[in-house]
Design a protein around this ligand. Structure first.
Ligand code: HEC
Ligand code: HEC
Ligand code: HEC
Ligand code: HEC
Length: 285
């Protein structure tokens, strides 16, 4: 890792990006405390002014809209127990000024296979964003992929030989030309033949879609070791041992069906923050 041939330079860039993300996380925490203190000060000054002026109510809630413009959810912001350190509300409109908690919707990462690399790692409080909610075909029926792949509606494949499939052409345009592994592998090297809700490694172990690293790592061992140590990809959180850390999983950056053409597909941008209540144009100045 610490040699200086050109192949490693990008890894170093990734380290820098990762450090940046960690620093940003730190600022978010500091910001959270500021909000609390600001409200505290506001309370005191209101009390000092006595009964003459009406006590200014600290803003304890604000609203955000992530799905569509019309769907607004209430967010608690000054109560530390809710754990949203990077949400700050406008004191006048209650619109969210600063939001996007990177720990939102995360779940425990699950077991991390150890590799004899002397990094035992610190995974007591490791979290990831689950992938299952993002998969179109997983969410088409009540049983995930098995809704169709139950052995009857869609029969289980007879063998692992590549063949032309007429379905999922939005995911893999031509299943006889899978753009991963230069022709050496096919769908069923990664997807279980009989339990389509799971990925599968070469030993036949079933792996959740939420832990793709356990699949990718069996072939890309070097990258996996780097990723596990927080060098490849992205990780944020606290430095402290046992502190909460979020890892971005492999498929949040790489599309396993197209890597040979694009190492990355374009990621859909997050929706813009909503306009504060009462505003009709962002161009208010
Ligand atoms: C709406 C029904 C439907 C759903 C839901 C569905 N599939 Fe399929 N899938 C099919 C059909 C039909 C085929 C076979 C097409 C053919 O043989 O030409 C297929 C084929 C496949 C194949 C090729 C191997 C095989 O079994 O023939 C893979 C891999 C696959 N699907 C993965 C998935 C995964 C992963 C999910 C869930 C994330 C999923 N599918 C959800 C209908 C579905
Ligand atoms: C290198 C391993 C690998 C191979 C080979 C592979 N897949 Fe996948 N596939 C995955 C992973 C991992 C996911 C979950 C992707 C994510 O989290 O975004 C997935 C997801 C899918 C999905 C669900 C996508 C969605 O958004 O609903 C379908 C359908 C699918 N694969 C079909 C196929 C078919 C068909 C083939 C063969 C032509 C194939 N896959 C080959 C690893 C693989
Ligand atoms: C069964 C083994 C296997 C699995 C599992 C596997 N890969 Fe691969 N992967 C390969 C092979 C082989 C290549 C082609 C290497 C080459 O061209 O030199 C490749 C190529 C790649 C590349 C392109 C490398 C480059 O130099 O441009 C990326 C990115 C990648 N894989 C990511 C993943 C991710 C993410 C997963 C898990 C979803 C995964 N792979 C799972 C075998 C695998
Ligand atoms: C935050 C985004 C991100 C995540 C998460 C991520 N990668 Fe990457 N990956 C990259 C970038 C950026 C590069 C390109 C670096 C370069 O050009 O050498 C890359 C390159 C690669 C390559 C090709 C270059 C090489 O070093 O062999 C493979 C293979 C790969 N990643 C696999 C994985 C696997 C496996 C995982 C999960 C364990 C993973 N990646 C997680 C961003 C990511």
């Amino acid at each position: 890792m610490l040699t200086t041939n050109s192949k490693n330079i990008p890894s170093i860039i990734i380290v820098v990006i990762a450090l940046g993300a960690i620093l940003a996380g730190g600022f978010a925490l500091v910001g959270g405390f500021d909000i609390k203190n600001a409200n505290h000060r506001q309370n005191n000054s209101a009390a000092n002014e006595g009964a003459k002026t009406k006590a200014v109510q600290p803003v304890t809630e604000c609203y955000e809209s992530r799905e569509t413009y019309g769907a607004v959810t209430r967010i608690e912001n000054v109560v530390p127990q809710y754990g949203y350190p990077n949400i700050k509300c406008s004191k006048t409109t209650a619109g969210v000024l600063w939001y996007g908690d990177p720990f939102d919707g995360t779940i425990p990462m699950g077991t991390m296979p150890e590799i004899n690399d002397s990094t035992h790692g610190d995974f007591t409080n490791a979290v990831v964003r689950p992938r299952e909610p993002h998969l179109t075909y997983f969410n088409m029926g009540p049983n995930g992929c098995v809704t169709c792949h139950d052995g009857k509606t869609v029969p289980f494949p007879k063998d692992k030989k590549p063949r032309l499939i007429t379905m999922h052409t939005d995911i893999v345009a031509d299943s006889t030309q899978l753009k991963h592994g230069r022709g050496a592998m096919w769908c069923l090297d990664c997807h279980s033949a009989t339990n389509r809700n799971k990925l599968v490694d070469r030993q036949g172990n079933e792996i959740s879609f939420n832990q793709p690293q356990r699949l990718c790592g069996t072939c890309h061992g070097n990258v996996y070791i780097d990723w596990r140590a927080g060098i490849h990809g992205k990780r944020i959180g606290t430095w402290a041992v046992g502190g909460k850390k979020r890892w971005w999983v492999c498929t949040e950056c790489h599309n396993p069906h197209t890597v040979q053409v694009n190492r990355f597909d374009q990621i859909k941008a997050e929706s813009p923050p909503p306009l504060p209540r009462g505003m009709t144009s962002a161009n208010y100045e």
